[in-house]
Write a protein that binds this ligand. Structure first.
Ligand SMILES: Cc1ncc(COP(=O)(O)O)c(C=O)c1O
Length: 425
């Protein structure tokens, strides 16, 4: 029977020519397959792939190497909860596995999970969000990719902070978008402000602003009134505001406020990785303005098809695992209190306000002018893994260090003891 087979081929000019039909292929003979090897140069990487390495991961590699050599290393480098996902989440995953129905999910996400996330906004923030605006993604990392692609054309300029989460600039640069770095410091409690954005915008137009609260690496939060001002400024100036709310739920002194309260235009990005302790499940979500939902759906259909179905089934249980999650948070709060008390006593007197998340971003300029070299020494000599500030701030990070207290409390206490003993020496 004749079945047309469509194949694409490159036309002699190098462009993609139209589809053409060919008849059923005949099997190539053995001699046709015996292609003699041609000497070619190895493929060279693209310019867009030349993103900066994530040094926390490099530190992790070295720490693991020391562990293989038999050393006990205290991990204060990674922003990863030491606790496993809540039991109810793991039970829900086991049940889904037992049933075995783990096919593709809809590109926008499972309807029941999108509805559950909408209820979360109503309960936690008193904000009404239509499930139709919610997209379930492969972690917040997947949400960045989708929203950047859906909202910006190559060359668009997006404001981000320094210090800030290193992947922001890397993802933007790999997509041909331009990160516009807005430096934050003690003058604004390490939080970005509408005035700082306005100044950057006046200098040269920006198309978007991607901010987080609580922030990585500082833990600093944007006060609710300032968040309202940022939303108003961005909306009026036609700047797309993207609010990374991944550390919501992990604030120790004030409540987290969502940008959805102040703007219908903002894109809000969140994840099950941090408060819900589900890093490896690779599940997050975004809330988009209606105009961006269908473009995001089309992109997701092609880029990931859907977020992982098993993780979606499990995540449904996460919102009701409050007792377990609050116990994990209470353990972070104790580690935070320990560090806030002990770090200044051993010489780390100056750090950003650790309002939330699970980080302390400390000035180390009295010890070193090279945070990477300092981190290496702390790792090799004290057996404590930390992250150098250069990961988060390309221009000022040689004088800073990030301590993560996401790990087990006993480890954090041991880490401080080791640092104290090492510094005494
Ligand atoms: C501020 C911030 N946003 C996003 C992410 C990425 O998280 P995920 O892709 O696991 O949701 C991280 C991870 O550390 C982060 O610190």
């Amino acid at each position: 029977m004749y079945r047309p087979k469509f194949e694409h081929y490159l036309d002699p000019g190098g462009g993609l020519a139209k589809d053409r039909a060919t008849s059923e292929p005949t099997s190539p003979s053995a001699s046709e397959l015996a292609i003699s090897p041609v000497m070619t140069s190895p493929p060279s990487p693209s310019r867009r792939s030349a993103v900066a390495p994530f040094l926390a991961m490099d530190v992790l590699r070295e720490a693991r190497e020391l562990e293989r050599q038999g050393r006990k290393i205290v991990h204060m480098e990674l922003g990863e909860p030491g606790a496993p996902a809540p039991l109810a989440v793991r039970d829900a995953a086991a049940e889904a596995l037992r049933k075995g129905v783990i096919g593709y999910a809809e590109a926008l996400g499972q309807a029941d999970l999108r509805e559950r996330i909408a209820r979360h906004y109503a309960k936690e923030y008193g904000v009404d969000v239509a499930p139709a605006r919610i997209v379930v993604t492969t972690g917040s990392s997947g949400a960045f990719l989708l929203s950047f692609l859906a909202a910006f054309d190559p060359g668009a300029r997006i404001a981000i902070t320094a210090p800030g989460y290193p992947a922001y600039a890397n993802i933007l640069e790999s997509l041909g978008l331009e990160p516009v770095v807005v430096e934050v410091g003690p003058q604004t409690r390490y939080a970005p402000t509408a005035a700082l954005l306005e100044a950057a915008h006046k200098e040269r137009r920006i198309d978007g602003a991607l901010l987080m609260s609580p922030a990585n690496p500082t833990g600093a939060m944007i006060a609710a009134e300032e968040l309202a001002r940022i939303c108003a400024f961005c909306d009026e100036a036609g700047i797309l505001f993207l609010s990374d709310e991944i550390y919501h739920g992990l604030a120790y002194e004030t409540r987290c406020e969502t940008a959805l309260r102040f703007s219908q235009r903002a894109v809000v990005i969140n994840s099950f990785s941090k408060y819900y302790a589900m890093t490896g499940w690779r599940l997050g979500w975004l809330v988009a303005p209606e105009t961006l939902v269908r473009p995001i759906e089309r992109l997701q259909q092609s880029l990931a098809i859907s977020a992982p179905t098993l993780a979606q089934a499990a995540a449904l249980a996460a919102f009701d695992a409050t007792a377990e999650l609050e116990a994990i948070k209470a353990s972070y709060a104790r580690s935070r209190a320990l560090l806030v008390d002990r770090l200044p006593r051993i010489g780390f007197t100056d750090f950003a306000p650790p309002d939330g998340a699970f980080y302390i971003y400390a000035d180390v300029s009295r010890f070193t002018g090279d945070s990477m070299a300092f981190c290496k020494r702390v790792l090799e000599e004290a057996g404590v893994a930390t992250t150098p500030g250069v990961d988060f701030d390309r221009s000022r990070g040689a004088r800073t260090l990030r301590f993560s207290y996401a790990g087990p409390e006993s480890e954090i206490a041991l880490g401080v003891e080791r640092l104290a003993a090492w510094l005494r020496r």
